[in-house]
Design a binder for this molecule. Structure first.
Ligand SMILES: Cc1cc2nc3c(=O)[nH]c(=O)nc-3n(C[C@H](O)[C@H](O)[C@H](O)COP(=O)(O)OP(=O)(O)OC[C@H]3O[C@@H](n4cnc5c(N)ncnc54)[C@H](O)[C@@H]3O)c2cc1C
Length: 404
């Protein structure tokens, strides 16, 4: 096991610079435009694919990194450029994570590359869990998958909502109930291959922030997928259902296994937004004058910046710890994955608001990016588990009590 170090090694520093340069040169200059257009920034994704950032290879290398820091470092830098575009680029990795968390190595290598396609023919992926009546409460999913034994096919019916890349994705990973009486223990994940009949796009949502990232509904109407699209395979599912029937705990739950793996990287994106806002407002405070002096000379402003920096650094420590623990298969006995996403998400909302306050009227208008960063930051307390759900996970883990 590699020693934990707070100093990035040579390779990690290179990666950090590579992604930072991409964020600074390619992402930031067009961030405002794509936010206003509220569309998927295909030319930026294409450029990310060309340099290798949007690729199956990049994510497999990240997952294989024994320190776990690759994805956190890259996510922070890219989101420093723009969070909406980061989600447009990294959104497909959610589908990939769904395959990696629940699928066999063969399934990962069959479907993983298809989540990204090639720079010449981009493809995208989506991870479809949430439904109109089941967001935090994933145990009550209504989407059903029924096995047609004669044809060795699964038939999927249901509607998923608020899905990143939902309706535009080529590869859809869907979590469905195969035996509703067992709640989340009766669920399984399936890959729906590109072009499968019966899968259609529902409405596209207009959002407060991360507007360069597409969020929409996905409708499954008698969608038939071959048996080999059941992630993990039939034998594993039958074992899991047998355990559920005997009243035993399941070893893993399809949606939860994915979120556990992705939370630190999502927290790292929030961290990137917070850092961007902190740096921007620090520079501003050192230039703006009021009452004949620089505004930073007032403790009221300088102390805000001190607190912003402190919370950002604390977020990074939590993110790196969780990423390192995840990569080294250390169990999150105190909900450390949740802590990282919770603290970084709430820090991003708080820091971006402070940045607006420091900049006064200039902070509130669209001429400067801080109002966008504030809008973008809010989603980090909602998706991949709300702040309340993260607190629930931590509280249950540390107390051993089934807190409601
Ligand atoms: C932009 C965007 C992108 C998204 N991308 C995806 C995606 O790619 N794939 C996907 O599957 N989903 C996605 N989601 C869905 C997202 O994960 C859910 O919105 C989220 O989990 C919350 O579910 P909900 O909206 O149903 O809220 P609810 O579960 O209805 O919660 C409403 C409120 O009640 C609180 N609450 C609920 N239960 C409890 C409890 N037990 N204790 C205390 N408080 C509680 C919540 O914290 C929240 O404050 C996305 C959402 C958005 C907005």
């Amino acid at each position: 096991m590699p020693d934990f170090s707070l100093e990035l090694n040579e390779e990690q520093l290179q990666l950090q610079k590579w992604v930072h340069d991409f964020a600074e040169d390619v992402v930031r200059p067009v961030a405002h435009e794509w936010d206003e257009r509220e569309e998927t920034p295909w030319p930026v994704i294409e450029e990310a694919a060309r340099v290798g950032l949007y690729s199956f290879d990049f994510f497999t290398q990240s997952f294989l990194d024994p320190t776990g820091l690759t994805l956190s470092v890259a996510s922070e830098e890219l989101a420093w450029g723009d969070a909406g575009i980061t989600l447009a680029i990294f959104g497909s990795s959610l589908g990939l994570a769904g395959i990696a968390a629940n699928g066999t190595p063969e399934q990962l290598f069959e479907w993983g590359p298809q989540c990204f396609g090639t720079p010449e023919k981009l493809q995208t992926a989506a991870f479809c869990v949430s439904e109109a009546d089941a967001g935090s409460d994933v145990s009550s999913l209504r989407t059903r998958a029924v096995y047609d034994e004669a044809k060795d096919e699964w038939v999927i019916n249901g509607t998923k909502t608020w899905i990143t890349n939902g309706g535009i994705a080529d590869v859809n990973v869907v979590v469905a109930s195969v035996d509703p009486q067992f709640g989340s223990r009766g669920q399984a994940s399936f890959v729906v291959p590109p072009g499968t009949p019966g899968l259609t796009a529902g409405q596209k949502f207009q959002k407060m922030g991360i507007r360069a990232s597409h969020t929409g509904e996905v409708v499954f109407d008698d969608v038939r997928v071959p048996g080999r699209c059941l992630l993990g395979g039939k034998e594993k599912l039958d074992e899991k259902l047998a355990r559920a029937r005997e009243g035993k705990k399941s070893k893993s739950q399809a949606a939860m296994a994915t979120f556990e793996a992705t939370r630190p990287a999502v927290g790292a994106q929030a961290l990137g937004i917070a850092r961007a806002a902190y740096e921007y407002s620090l520079d501003y405070a050192k230039e703006r004058k009021a009452f004949g002096r620089l505004i930073i000379e007032n403790q009221g402003i300088a102390f805000k910046l001190a607190d912003m920096k402190m919370r950002i650094d604390a977020s990074r420590l939590l993110v790196w710890r969780a990423a390192w623990m995840g990569a080294n298969k250390k169990p999150f006995t105190a909900g450390e994955g949740s802590m990282s996403k919770l603290y970084a998400g709430e820090t991003a909302v708080w820091v971006t608001e402070q940045a607006i306050q420091i900049m006064g009227g200039y902070g509130y208008i669209r001429e400067h990016p801080v109002e966008r960063w504030h809008r973008d930051s809010k989603i980090y307390t909602i998706f991949e588990g709300t702040s309340e759900i993260q607190r629930l996970i931590i509280a249950r883990a540390v107390s051993g009590v089934h807190i409601l």
